[in-house]
Design a protein around this ligand. Sequence first.
Ligand code: PAF
Length: 279
Amino acid sequence: MEICRTVDELKSLTEQVKREGKKIGLVPTMGALHNGHVSLFKRARAENDIFVASVFVNPVQFNNKEDFEKYPKSEKEDLLILERNGCDIVFVPTAEEVYNNETPEHWSFGKLEEVMEGKQRAGHFSGVANIVSRLFKWTQADRAYFGEKDYQQIAIIKDMVRQMQSSIEIVPCPIYREEDGLAASSRNKRLSPQARAVAPKIHEILTKSFQQKEFLSISQIKSFVENEFKKYKEFELEYFVLADGDTLQPVKTKEESSNIIGFIAVWLDGVRLIDIQKY
Ligand code: PAF
């Protein structure tokens, strides 16, 4: 596995790969790798000639300084996990290397970013687009893999690809869940043992609402989920939104969309967790 710390190193390796006519699969990460990432690595490894990953905690996508500072970092372990999963090239830059002391660009995504994560975290998706667009250009990847836990991020990145007029294929991958149903996330590492024990309720409550969907209207599904969370003092529900899976716009009735997704953000033990449920 080649470890690149500069853009020039990365570009010279990937340019060589492209000259040989090989396909590149990219998995961008912020490190603190877990089994959810590993499921993306396996896809990228199996479906491409060359598997490239990046490990970079992107400061410009955090609108909360404390969240950025507390983001877990484990470079040594991350590199071992990547090596074990057949990574060919890993890019591990500093913020100076990525942004070269320049002001990040401003990306706009219209209505896609007016809801959920975009609404709660001002500037977040513009920050994501800054790093992801650079990675796409520097690696010349043919495919890029993203987990569906960050469903809105995938919709934003697809729109970014359209704006860039790029031909890269965005591959959405199913959420990797721990045995108790909790969606894998680097933030799970910050939960106390007590909070970790209650965290699977997020998926459990969403699953229960899914099982009752035939008998409930959209507003009843919403109330059901909100009331279930009220039973657990450990949780603070930030939002639960039922929206169309393509436009991401909230729906009021089931007839409005054949692809309804429930998007949730909850606080638990000072940690913000997100998840989705397809209805
Ligand atoms: O999903 C993430 O981990 C990040 O938003 C990403 C795509 C690696 C960009 O920093």
